[in-house]
Ligand binder design. Structure first.
Ligand SMILES: *Cc1c(COP(=O)(O)O)cnc(C)c1O
Length: 380
């Protein structure tokens, strides 16, 4: 049997072959394997040079200064550093976030609650979008930080980070954005956006797993306490020997993403619409989240009178997700769908289908056909 068609790009993406090639050059004796922190010989200098090229590639993608990018192990760590680091450096004790953030934000906030921090969880309406009015109303004199995602990983809807950040800036509150789903997928110009901290992850845009970055605004600067100590790497924000091959992979992925952006946004949007037109012909299908304000690549759709678990297992020809990958071990409906008011029955029958760089129109047509067939068969 042939491989299923991969339609789970929101969970992770394959490494682009060009990225893999550059990473492989950083591993063996004949490659750039040195410790970037070794200053006494050329092996170290060469590694350091590659690390700094990668930093410039990531900085260019976001239009920021190279000194504003620090390496982490991924968006989970970036979220932890941003939220715990700000709270450790502030005397204020209140955070505003939303009920549909990634667990990396929600679990970090829950941990801080156990040490006396107060957290307000904004709940979006059925669109999945947090409004500026909601945010304004939640801010308090003791609010230190607002943490809201750019694109939601399950339903793909987009927050207006310009409007939300402007409210934070006017109130003198720091603004952290988890942009793991949107970096490399949509243009993001942080020179003109009122964002203080931004998390990203390489494996969501054709780089390797286990590497990410945190953008930390320098002007105006603010206190951020490191969460990993030992050696003072990364301007003191994050210690540990730099993983040259991973960092080079992230840099190469950022460069490719920047080159592909202008073509990929319309191409993926067209694929998404093509998929939606297939799915909308299935009776009793519902698109979850705002139909307009969304990422090009993610569709989340519920089917009436179909059990999601059974549907997933019956879809042999395509690899999709029935919620977020992080919670797919449990049979509870997705907390994101529940939070935006999707009834339990429909939430249990939801599929997340996400397309990417290697998806073709033929893939979409095959997927649309199979989903229609299987839903019809399960209902009869
Ligand atoms: C994938 C993802 C994360 C976690 O990133 P890792 O690099 O896998 O730790 C965090 N937030 C969002 C929105 C994501 O999509």
């Amino acid at each position: 049997m042939s491989q299923p068609i991969y339609l789970d790009y929101a969970a992770t993406t394959p490494v682009d072959p060009e990225v893999a090639r550059q990473m492989a050059d950083c591993l063996t004796l004949t490659g750039t394997f040195g410790n970037p922190a070794s200053t006494s010989h050329g092996f170290g200098w060469d590694a350091q040079e590659k690390v700094e090229i990668a930093r410039a590639q990531v900085a260019a993608l976001l239009n920021v200064d190279v000194r504003e990018i620090i390496w982490t192990s991924g968006a989970t760590e970036s979220d932890n550093l941003a939220i715990k680091g700000v709270m450790a450096g502030s005397s204020r004790r209140h955070i505003v976030t939303s009920a549909i953030e990634h667990k990396a934000v929600l679990d970090t906030c829950a941990f801080l609650e156990s040490s006396g921090v107060e957290v307000t969880y904004l709940t979006p309406d059925s669109s999945g979008i947090i409004t500026a009015q909601q945010l304004s109303a939640a801010l308090r004199p003791d609010t230190a930080l607002v943490s809201l995602m750019h694109a939601n990983n399950e339903i793909g809807v987009l927050n207006d980070i310009d409007a939300l950040g402007t409210i934070c800036r006017d109130a003198g509150v720091l603004f952290h954005v988890d942009a793991a789903q949107s970096v490399g997928k949509l243009p993001l110009d942080l020179a003109s956006l009122p964002v203080d901290l931004l998390s990203l992850s390489a494996h969501k845009f054709y780089g390797p797993k286990g590497i990410g970055a945190l953008y930390i605004r320098r002007n105006p600067g603010f206190a951020l306490e490191p969460q990993i100590h030992g050696g003072g790497h990364e301007f003191g924000f994050r210690s540990g020997t730099l993983a040259t091959h991973q960092i080079v992979g992230l840099g190469a992925a950022a460069k490719l993403a920047q080159e592909h952006l202008a073509n990929e946004v319309p191409r993926l949007t067209a694929l998404r619409q093509r998929l939606l037109s297939h799915l909308s012909q299935i009776p009793g299908s519902h698109l979850n989240g705002d139909p307009q304000r969304r990422l090009p690549g993610i569709v989340n759709v519920s089917f009436e009178a179909v059990d999601g678990e059974t549907l997933m297992n019956a879809l042999a020809g395509i690899a999709v997700s029935n919620g977020s990958a992080c919670t797919s071990a449990t049979v509870e409906p997705s907390f994101v769908l529940t939070a935006i008011g999707v009834p339990r029955e429909l939430a249990l029958g939801a599929l997340r289908i996400s397309v990417g760089r290697f998806t073709s129109e033929a893939d979409i047509d095959a997927a649309g056909q199979e989903i229609a067939d299987v839903v019809g068969r399960l209902r009869s």
